[in-house]
Design a protein around this ligand. Sequence first.
Ligand code: GDP
Length: 206
Amino acid sequence: LFGRPWIFIRGVPAMKFLPPEGPAEVAFAGRSNVGKSSLINALVGHKGLARTSNTPGRTQELNYFVPDGFSGAEGDLPPMALVDMPGYGYAQAPKEQVDNWTKLVFDYLRGRSTLKRVYVLIDSRHGVKPNDEEVFALLDKAAVSYQLVLTKTDKIKDAGVPRLVEETLLKIKKRPAAYPEVLATSSEKGRGLDSLRSAIITAIQR
Ligand code: GDP
């Protein structure tokens, strides 16, 4: 799956625009600027797929990506989709935008039976922030399995990575829907991408 090209199929600003449920989905969430677009692009080996954006918090859509080469007709559906969730935690976001985000995301999390796992990205330099904790709580409440992924590990010392992984694990130890393993990645250096790809393949087979 990760060997072939991927394409963008649609942006979903509200539940009624979701594609019909079918292929297994995994979604990516994280604070604005956490490196989510870069990670999605690195995962599928396609630089321009997810837009790396300079205007954090602007797009309030669930962006759907699927592997290319399937007609979409019955019996020829893509076997999975990646869903890029809108970034959160943008300090300048107006309250209305934050409320929209919460509604869209919570409706999606609660209502999407084909959603197998959410990868919540955490910037290695910043660690888990209060708005990440709010998202963990949302995921626990919706009972959607999630796993934390550290991004930009090239920005910290190699020797600090195992400790950061341990510290991050402690933050989710008591959280019911959190998967008890933290992945460390760097899109820039290509680190941890194979582990994340394997984790995704395992998650969609659940
Ligand atoms: P998004 O807002 O979460 O989609 O974040 P982007 O993917 O647009 O990345 C935000 C910024 O972090 C950009 O300046 C990227 O170049 C940078 N960035 C993303 N991933 C990495 C990484 O693995 N290492 C480093 N050093 N910088 C990164």
